[in-house]
Design a protein around this ligand. Sequence first.
Ligand SMILES: Cc1cc2nc3c(=O)[nH]c(=O)nc-3n(C[C@H](O)[C@H](O)[C@H](O)COP(=O)(O)O)c2cc1C
Length: 267
Amino acid sequence: MELRPPIVIASGVGGMGEYLKLIDPRYIGAYTLKTITFKPRLGNPPPRLIATERYLINSIGLENIGVEKFIEELENGLYEELFRKVKVIFSFAGEDFEEYLKVAEKMAPYQDRFVAFECNFSCPNVHFNPLSDTNQLKKMLIELRKKLDVFLIAKLGIEGAFIEQVARLVEECGWNGVTVINTIRALHINGETLIKGGISGPVLKPIALRAVYEVRNRTNLYIIASGGIMNETDAQDFFKVGANAVSIGTALYRDPEIVERIAKKFL
Ligand SMILES: Cc1cc2nc3c(=O)[nH]c(=O)nc-3n(C[C@H](O)[C@H](O)[C@H](O)COP(=O)(O)O)c2cc1C
């Protein structure tokens, strides 16, 4: 996969294409859509977002319209403008192993529209953690690879197993890339209210950097770095440890122009 510039809009943060209103598409290498699951999901009850200087905690819980409705929208041309302007990455997940396969089956006829499929194995806001059972995960990686011909990316987190070991498995099963990392389970206390969710933003950077470093040392996979990339220096650091592209998430909420600034440096 060749992304010029090597900059990706992170899944979830970029919604279903909304940031195209704010960012010149020339500066976007690829736009990842919000994760789509087999069944529609309402997501978690509020509070869903806590923002501080150093981090954001979100408890969205994969709210999405479900794959059938997404396909309906796709067929009705809702994403044509997006496809015309940028390369698009389809992100998907399931509430169990079977559901991952069912989404892949449903989306296989449409795979040519996308530059890649990103399989989200690491959402911290749902009960199912595919990374905690690597035997099952391996079976699923093999089955998903059989069902899809597209450039296939596994989105990995650091909870479940050592990320470099999972990445090796991903490579052995014939996948093309990994997104490293996702948010990590965290807790914020606001008076008497406990807010559980996935943490993102600046505090994630050193953890993500180490994860990219480890994965690069053990695999030849295409690596999209994700976690705390807030400026050009952060992006540079991830390229230094072997990332092929950088993903911009939380930084979009602060200043969408970050994408243009990073792009101009790495075009
Ligand atoms: C509000 C919010 C929603 C997110 N939703 C998703 C999602 O649906 N699928 C996914 O793979 N990652 C999701 N993420 C994780 C981001 O794609 C990204 O990997 C993570 O936030 C770390 O990068 P950052 O520090 O640049 O934000 C979400 C993150 C946030 C903040």
